[in-house]
Design a protein. Structure first.
Length: 129
């Protein structure tokens, strides 16, 4: 079962009813499939965001929270992450995370951000630098 925030109740329900109970199965869904799920009460926009999160998790091995943070920072795909500047992304993530969680959650460090970008470059076939 996917662990989604409480405000995603309708999406959680529709995904469960459709048998989409893990990140890889959600990552594989087409726009049409998400549109059909949205007709049953879920938000299509939220389902698209969740699919983006699922793809980052499935393609790069990120934790759900890490993928969600990248989505909030405007990184919605492995290709987008592969193009990111480590320094700029680190600054952006730090500001974003502080505004969302305060100091309660540690901000990703430079090593972790570089590792995410390197994984995205491998996944997309982009050269390391």
């Amino acid at each position: 079962m996917l662990a989604l925030p409480a405000h995603f109740r309708a999406e959680q329900s529709q995904l469960s009813q459709a048998g989409l109970t893990d990140w890889p199965s959600l990552a594989a869904q087409s726009d049409l499939a998400l549109r059909r799920l949205a007709r049953c009460g879920a938000s299509e926009q939220r389902l698209i965001k969740l699919r983006g999160q699922a793809r980052l998790i499935s393609e790069l091995g990120l934790e759900p929270e890490q993928a969600a943070l990248l989505l909030y920072a405007g990184i919605a795909s492995s290709a987008g992450l592969a193009e990111a500047s480590p320094q700029q992304l680190l600054r952006q993530l730090g500001r974003l995370q502080r505004s969302l969680t305060g100091s309660a959650v540690a901000t990703p460090d430079a090593t972790q951000v570089r590792a995410w970008i390197a994984a995205a470059r491998r996944a997309t076939g982009r050269p390391p630098n």
